[in-house]
Design a protein around this ligand. Structure first.
Ligand SMILES: [Zn+2]
Length: 305
């Protein structure tokens, strides 16, 4: 017998590594354009899933840097609805944060992501000033929890009155603050309204909130009655839009920026829903409360009613 006959077969080669797509993605050689951003989004959702991590990080950076560039242009030229641009900027901010949180991202990538986050925050922080349309921070932007329909009352008829409140809390930055700080306050108010045993409401009670920088946040959707003016069985909430200025104004006055946005919002809501000036109320007209404080109550008297 030849020893060779008994030689065991060489071991089978190890199974191949999971396939890594090594084709150079098209977007890598494209100049900045909307087509390029769409190509990156497509790639991230398809080939990118099987691609090398460093290439995926590069894709995320280029995609979100592109979103920032186009958002800045849109804001300068008012060439897209403010809300669309804000949602895009918020998406870019979240994209950069993914890179910052990725342990595989190198220092250079993280530095780009950090610059990216800062530029998105600066863009989101530019409060509305000269624009004539009302720009609103939408629920998706402040990351609202979904409302609980079983606890909400559908809106019937037409909105016929507006009630103004202050949030009467000390978390809100008094002199503007950043968008993220205000978003956090709005989330806390929503949490309180939905989870506090004395409330347990289906959603945040107000339809709109305004921070000290003049940013307007969408609260409860307009297909639902609000929860803000009380009365037996919530009778005061019927057909009553709730607008709340963030902060405690029992001893202070809201900022000029907040008043300016309140004026803009009230005139826009009054026009849209045909609500006469005499039907814009401070909360205290419905119930024994100091809300919304003397400065805001007087402002309503002097400027609206
Ligand atoms: Zn109130």
């Amino acid at each position: 017998m030849f020893a060779a006959c008994n030689t065991p077969k060489p071991p089978a080669p190890p199974p191949p590594e999971p396939e890594i797509v090594s084709v150079r993605p098209v977007w890598l050689d494209m100049p900045l354009s909307w087509e390029k951003l769409v190509a990156i989004e497509d790639w991230l959702a398809t080939d990118g899933l099987k691609s090398h991590q460093s290439l995926r990080i590069e894709a995320l950076l280029q995609l979100n840097e592109g979103r920032v560039t186009y958002s800045r242009k849109d804001l300068e030229r008012s060439s897209a609805p403010a809300q669309t641009v804000r949602v895009r900027i918020a998406a870019a901010r979240d994209g950069f944060k993914i890179v910052l949180d990725d342990p595989n991202a190198g220092n250079a990538s993280k530095a780009r992501a950090k610059i990216g986050v800062q530029s998105t925050l600066a863009l989101l922080d530019s409060p509305i000033t000269s624009r004539s349309d009302v720009s609103i921070v939408e629920r998706s932007e402040w990351r609202a929890k979904a409302g609980r329909a079983e606890r909400l009352t559908p809106m019937r008829g037409a909105w016929s009155r507006i009630t103004v409140h202050h949030s009467d809390e000390s978390r809100s930055p008094l002199a503007g603050g950043t968008l993220e700080e205000s978003e956090e306050v709005v989330r806390l108010i929503q949490k309180f309204h939905m989870e506090d045993p004395d409330h347990k409401w289906g959603d945040i009670g107000y339809h709109f909130m305004i921070d000290s920088a003049g940013r307007i946040f969408r609260g409860r959707e307009l297909k639902w009655q609000g929860a803000h003016a009380g009365g037996a069985g919530g009778v005061n909430n019927l057909q009553n839009l709730g607008v709340c200025l963030l902060g405690d104004f029992s001893k202070r006055s809201p900022t000029e920026a907040a008043f300016k946005s309140l004026e803009l919002l009230l005139s826009s809501l009054r026009e849209e829903h045909k609500i006469p000036a005499a039907r814009v109320f401070p909360h205290k007209e419905f119930t024994t409360t100091q809300c919304p404080g003397p400065a805001l109550t007087n402002w309503l008297k002097d400027n609206v009613r």
